[in-house]
Design a protein around this ligand. Structure first.
Ligand SMILES: NC(=O)c1ccc[n+]([C@@H]2O[C@H](COP(=O)([O-])OP(=O)(O)OC[C@H]3O[C@@H](n4cnc5c(N)ncnc54)[C@H](O)[C@@H]3O)[C@@H](O)[C@H]2O)c1
Length: 335
């Protein structure tokens, strides 16, 4: 049993607390920290039997009872907290994105080099989603042949308020799709080109950001990939992918509450997609932590390491550059 401390008690910190407590048998949460800890959050955490509740995350890092930390705090704190935890000998699971710059990720990589005993995993939960895992499995089994075209549709149900995002759409939202593109084709990205605009909330242009994007990518293994993103799909969370290759194609559709299709004189209707990431991806949040803890217990490699964390941020930075400069950008330009 891996004893875990969760750093950051916001939205995703609470998701992991609940997921581990109910669904992850090889881990137990023993502590949680957040500088804005208040009575409401504290009583929520206590419902899960967690007794060590702090404002200062250092209490977790210095606690000899704790084997591993989940870094679920705001993005700008991911790199410094991960490095402190690695140096204290704690295994680290860090939420996406690892950082907003490649320099900070290199610092994490340096700390890991100095502490080879530490297991490190990035929170790309979609790799553990049953649908996307099935695409990769079919590809690994050779059923698709050589990967030629990957299509990812990724649309949120509701746009965040203007000014919400500390990071761009590419670092905050598309980063999952960038990692998916690498995972599903089992390849890095070589070059990309982006068309992006603010079609839902023109006000976000003031922040230099976008809410709608089409990203075309040339993968290093020769496959071509396209991602379409929207911050607001009126019918719900639209999360689909299709991999086409020399021998065939594998495609997934959205998860729905039921597969019932109603046919009447007025038409044929089915369920909308599950509402958002908490509904669609809850099981994947449990599975990623199970596999992280398995890697600790069995002293094996974690399934999503620092390379994936670095690649996804490089791709996001290349996408920002392409959208702003209106030209194709090679990944080799980003360092
Ligand atoms: N994997 C996913 O699907 C997924 C989903 C949501 C968020 N995230 C990522 O998780 C991170 C947090 O997102 P969120 O939606 O939970 O945000 P949030 O704002 O709800 O929570 C962040 C929390 O971190 C706390 N915090 C800030 N500095 C801290 C520090 N030094 N020590 C401890 N806690 C600190 C804040 O007080 C806040 O409570 C982001 O990096 C985000 O990109 C990942």
């Amino acid at each position: 049993m891996v004893k875990v401390g969760i750093i950051g008690a916001g939205r995703i910190g609470k998701v992991h607390l609940e997921s581990i407590s109910y669904h992850v048998k090889n881990a137990t949460v023993v502590a949680m920290a957040d500088p804005f800890m208040n009575d409401e959050t504290e009583s929520f955490i206590k419902e899960f039997g967690v007794e060590k509740i702090y404002k200062d995350y250092k209490e977790i890092i210095n606690d000899p009872e704790i084997d591993a930390v989940l870094v679920c705090s705001s993005t700008d704190t991911h790199a410094p907290i991960s490095i402190e935890a690695i140096e204290a000998g704690k295994h680290v699971f860090c939420e996406k994105p690892l950082a907003n710059t490649t320099d900070k990720i290199k610092e994490i990589a340096e700390a890991l080099k100095a502490h080879p005993e530490v297991k490190f995993q990035v929170g790309f939960n979609r790799r553990f989603d049953h649908n996307f895992a099935a695409i990769r499995k079919a590809y690994d089994e050779g059923k698709i042949g050589d990967a030629q075209i990957l299509k990812i549709t990724s649309r949120d149900p509701q746009a965040p308020p203007v000014g919400y995002c500390a990071a761009s759409i590419f670092l905050d939202m598309t980063i999952h799709d960038f990692d998916m593109a690498c995972f599903l084709t089992n390849s890095d990205v070589e070059e990309l080109y982006v068309y992006a605009d603010a079609l839902i909330n023109p006000g976000i242009r003031e922040y230099g950001d976008f809410d709608t994007a089409i990203i075309s990518m040339k993968m290093a293994n020769g496959a071509l990939a396209v991602i379409d993103n929207s911050r607001q799909a009126m019918y719900g969370y639209d999360q689909r992918a299709e991999l086409f290759g020399s021998k065939g194609m594998v495609a997934t559709s959205n998860d729905t509450l039921s597969s019932a299709v109603l046919s009447t004189v007025d038409g044929v209707t089915g369920e909308k997609p599950l509402y958002f990431f908490l509904e669609r991806y809850m099981e994947s949040f449990s599975q990623e932590v199970r596999e992280f803890c398995d890697a600790i217990i069995n002293n094996t490699e974690t399934p999503v390491g620092i390379h994936a964390g670095m690649q996804s941020v490089k791709i996001a930075l290349a996408a920002e550059k392409s959208a702003n400069e209106g030209r194709p950008v090679k990944l080799s330009e980003i360092d």
